[in-house]
Design a protein around this ligand. Structure first.
Ligand code: ARG
Length: 512
């Protein structure tokens, strides 16, 4: 028995048969695997919750293969909270005395505290965190602990604890996304939205198209992330349903009140159908989708930083603290966060989502053990996105934009070709005709090596008015339609962006 930290409580071999002489804790940090007891004849395997039906204990391979305690222990706080709601429900139904209720509530809190302090000792018979909690509560309160699981199955218990946990985690992720959006907003303010604002080429097909304000570009990522925050809230609303009281699949003969336990556990409503409540994991799949979508949005930002930090673009200089060097090439400064946290990790998130969708496919009603496979992809995706968001926010907060490099690229006169065509449209020329006329000027400019500005100046339909549009920064200042990338529109957009951000902040502070 030796506590080894809050994330790696030790497992004690309940039958005393030990392992095969190796260390009792092996594996990677935060998890462990241990030699488990082999099969035993009669009476020796009472650790398992379901021992009554079985003449022998479980095979070592079964224990090692089916355990989930190594990764589901992070549900402990949620399981304790939901178990407390459950026992309050049992007391309300007259199934526990006040004394028993108080003892079990106290024991549940004690187990939570033991885990937090790295003092909770796991037994070889603890299949998952749910069985470990019940076993430890029973040790602490005596036979009355055996009443904890009255009217409850691990099937409704695990679905409830998981929903409870995800609700909290969605709030954490939303907070991180909001922080990143705040960084983008602050960088947009620095870049400006007025006539002197920083601008750069806008691209389609990764070919220069029309110049836009940098603030406009940064807010494009911000709006996408704000939709992710909205999606997180939407996902949260469907998460907020308690399956507690659904039992193994069909409820119970006891007079339980799922509405009461739902409220006690902090859910808005209780389930309607016990089969559905215990067997569907659409809420996990949905969480994985929302997390993947955030990952995809980050990957687009990451790819952009990879391009922008290249010598060819040179739009961005990363802070040294957010870049890495090369083991061989002394001159290198690499955008690893952009590559890894943003671009590369998106593949992993998509894998978490698609892998779990495949697990869920065709599962018959109701609970199936396959569903235990929901946790690892979910936890992996939550961890990945949480860490990525922090890294990206830091990188974006500290990077520098090279406004001169951006302006030089954006002032390519070809970027104003559409402005020239729209000038002619203002004179009454059909757009298709104007498009062909300007296209021909561009073709001649390239073919004959004559600057476009000279051809525009000597064309009577364009002349000086056209030359003005080709001046540095003129094209972006000329863009004025609502939602467009010029100063006339971006200032208003910035205000609405801030309003939207504020309403998301408010919404999440009410949800948590
Ligand atoms: N660890 C299991 C899970 O996550 C708990 C449910 C086990 N239920 C059962 N009927 N064996 O799904």
């Amino acid at each position: 028995m030796r506590p080894i930290g809050s994330v790696t409580p030790i497992r004690r071999d309940s039958c005393g048969c030990g392992g095969l002489g190796g260390p009792d804790v092996v594996g990677y940090p935060g998890t462990w695997f241990e030699m488990s007891p082999g099969p035993h004849e009669g009476g020796e395997h009472r650790g398992q919750l379901w021992h009554g039906r079985f003449a022998t204990g479980p095979a070592e391979e079964l224990v090692a293969f089916t355990e989930s305690l190594s990764y589901d222990q992070r549900l402990i706080h949620s399981d304790v909270a939901c178990s407390k709601a459950h026992v309050r429900g049992l007391a309300a139904a007259g199934l526990l005395t006040d004394v028993e209720l108080a003892a079990i509530l106290e024991a549940l809190d004690a187990v939570d505290a033991e885990y937090r302090d790295g003092q909770l000792v796991f037994e070889a018979s603890d299949e998952d965190i749910h069985t470990a909690i019940e076993r430890r509560v029973t040790e602490l309160v005596g036979p009355a602990g055996g009443k904890l699981h009255t009217g409850r199955s691990r099937n409704d218990q695990v679905a409830t604890a998981l929903r409870h946990h995800i609700k909290t985690e969605l709030g954490v992720i939303a907070g991180r996304v909001i922080e990143l959006v705040e960084v983008l907003g602050a960088r947009a303010d620095e870049a400006g939205t007025d006539e002197d604002a920083v601008y750069l080429p806008g691209y389609t097909h990764l070919q220069q198209a029309q110049p836009v304000l940098l603030a406009h570009h940064l807010m494009a990522h911000g709006w996408a992330l704000l939709r992710d925050v909205d999606r997180l809230a939407d996902c949260h609303s469907r998460m907020d349903v308690s399956p507690l009281g659904a039992g193994a699949l069909a409820g119970s003969s006891l007079r339980l009140d799922p509405q009461l336990t739902s409220a006690e556990a902090g859910f808005s409503v209780a389930f309607e159908n016990s089969l559905d409540a215990t067997s569907d994991r659409d809420f996990v799949a949905e969480s994985l989708f929302v997390l993947s979508m955030i990952g995809l949005h980050l990957s687009r930002m990451g790819e952009e930083i990879v391009l922008w930090t290249s010598a060819e673009f040179g739009f961005v200089i990363l802070d040294d603290a957010y870049a890495t060097g090369s083991s061989m090439l002394p001159q290198k400064k690499n955008p690893d966060i952009a590559e890894l946290s943003l671009r590369g990790k998106a593949g992993r998130l998509i894998g978490d989502l698609t892998g779990f969708l495949a697990t869920m496919k065709s599962l018959p009603l109701a609970y199936n053990r396959d569903l235990q496979e929901d946790k690892e992809p979910l936890f992996d995706a939550l961890d990945t996105v949480r860490l990525a968001l922090g890294a990206v926010a830091g990188m974006y907060r500290t990077l520098r934009f090279d406004r001169l490099r951006m302006a030089a690229a954006a002032d390519n006169p070809l970027g104003a070709a559409t402005d020239l065509a729209e000038l002619l449209v203002g004179d009454g020329m059909p757009f298709r005709e104007a498009h062909a006329l300007v296209g021909e000027l561009v073709r001649n400019s390239i073919a004959d090596g004559v600057p476009l500005v000279d051809l525009v100046a000597s064309d009577p339909r364009l002349g000086e008015r056209g030359v003005t549009l080709l001046a540095p920064g003129a094209s972006v200042r000329n863009r004025r339609s609502p939602g467009s990338g010029g100063p006339a529109a971006v200032g208003g957009q910035r205000l609405r962006f801030e309003d939207r951000l504020e309403s998301e902040r408010r919404r999440w502070s009410e949800l948590s």
